[in-house]
Design a protein around this ligand. Sequence first.
Ligand code: PEP
Ligand code: MG
Length: 586
Amino acid sequence: MNSIRGIAVSPGVAIGKAWVLTEGVGRVSYRTVDPSEVATEHARVDRAVSESLRDLETLRDRTRERDKDAAKIFDFHIGLLRDRALIDPIRADIARENVTAEYAVSETLQKLADTFRSATNEVFQQKANDVVDLERRLVGKLAGDAIDLKRLGGSTTEPAIIIAHELTPSEASQFHHAGALGFVIDGGGLTGHTSIIARALGVPAVVGCGTATQLISDGDEVIVDGSLGTVIARPDAETLTRYRLDRDRIRARHQSLQEVAALPSVTLDGVQMRLMGNIEFPEEVRATLDNGGDGVGLYRTEFLHLTSHTAPTETDHFEAYRRTLELLQGRSLTLRTLDLGADKYTQEHSAEQERNPFLGLRSIRYCLRHPGLFKTQLRAILRASALGPLRMMFPLICNLMELRRTKLIVRDLCEELAEEGIAFDPNIQMGMMIEVPSAAIMARVFAGESDFFSIGTNDLTQYTLAVDRGNERVASLYTAADPAVISLVKSVVRAARHSSREVSVCGEIAGDPLFTMLLIGMGVRTLSMTPAQIPVIKRVLRLVDIPRCELLARRVGSFESERQVTSFLRDELRRIDPEALVGSTD
Ligand code: PEP
Ligand code: MG
């Protein structure tokens, strides 16, 4: 028996025979063609690109059925392939150097991947993997066969656990369709695209395993614990029996959660809660409703910018919002205006990188500095407000002037639309995110001018504790269970209730069952989360009553350390729903 520790990226337990991928596609060797064959090589590139686009669209559509978010990865690949800036240098290489299409594709894309790899920004580094994925796909097409799973190694024809040094999102998806039970990867990280795909496909996966490909042999019995981040090769009989039980329990829980999704979000003593979805694209409305959500509590509209190479037009924005409202069929939509900056978009497009982007020109600050871009979006929001229940919310408001300036711009645009005879909702609600300590501390003042609050605990935690939310070196310090964060959330809820303003929570803790009772006990009645978490939270809230939650919140309010808070919340959750932590990566 051999146990390997890695990073838990996709929960669940898989048990099966190992299929070790010992060789990758590798670099293509240098070969030239006669100058008269350049046109033929160009045509081969074009054919490989169009066939790859077709495959990718199928892959994207198949993935979308399970997880809209994960499907965006293939949208990104499609976008890259359609980009002339990527394809033209390949064609130029062939014409200039008289090299084969395979060589030109490989060299151009490998160079691009190297550039991404050398960036310090994690988002760029991830893109290197995407570019390599495309390179393998195109080279495979040129060689006359798409990624041939058999060619990558392995000997078993049974559903197997894939052990690989690296795996691209496309390969992960294809292995899944070929019946892979789990993934064990030497490299990779929690937020890597292959990890996201594994989660979307519901395939248990552990990454960052270092030398798993050397420690495990083809055909070995392997257990993948994607919740704990453990891989066990050649387990003994006792371990195998224990894990088989765990696997069956997780499956049963998944089934029972699907049944909970259809039930009302009501506590034991009859208090109605609202569970909403956090989305990035209109298509995610389906996942929200399928999981029993009541509407969308946070639409991260900046993703429209992040997936296109040019700034979206007013029509692009409007179409996305119209489609979202259409899919919601009368349910409410809270649309957050562009939250660009920090790690999103602007650093890539800016000539000068900021030294402290999270404290720099981001979110509402960025929009106020770029009124043209902001107004384009605001006009589209206002136009969409005529079509259904839509309200807008501004990110990262730090002081009253920002809120006032923003509302003034909206009012000006309302006048503009009225003059143009374009319909909009003149009473559209304008709320704000509470995600920096200054806004939380001054919540009573903001409540006088903001129609509603939504607490963004992801940023609130990072700014309260001075911990970069994306830096793994300080990840252990990043926790919303810190009493300072909890105290701020509590005071915001109190301020909102005092002024009869609606308050919701849309940071990650809204979808974490550990915090459900605490948030209810503080007085929160609307939670907005990743759609897949809605049934888990619904199950917990249906098992508790308000007095119990209020008592719990009072106890938590007396704690002085994060450890006390976490262990208390864990004990209480276990008492209510012993299964709640099973299958979670917590
Ligand atoms: C938050 O900060 O909690 C939030 C919901 O916004 P985002 O995660 O998009 O920054
Ligand atoms: Mg935020």
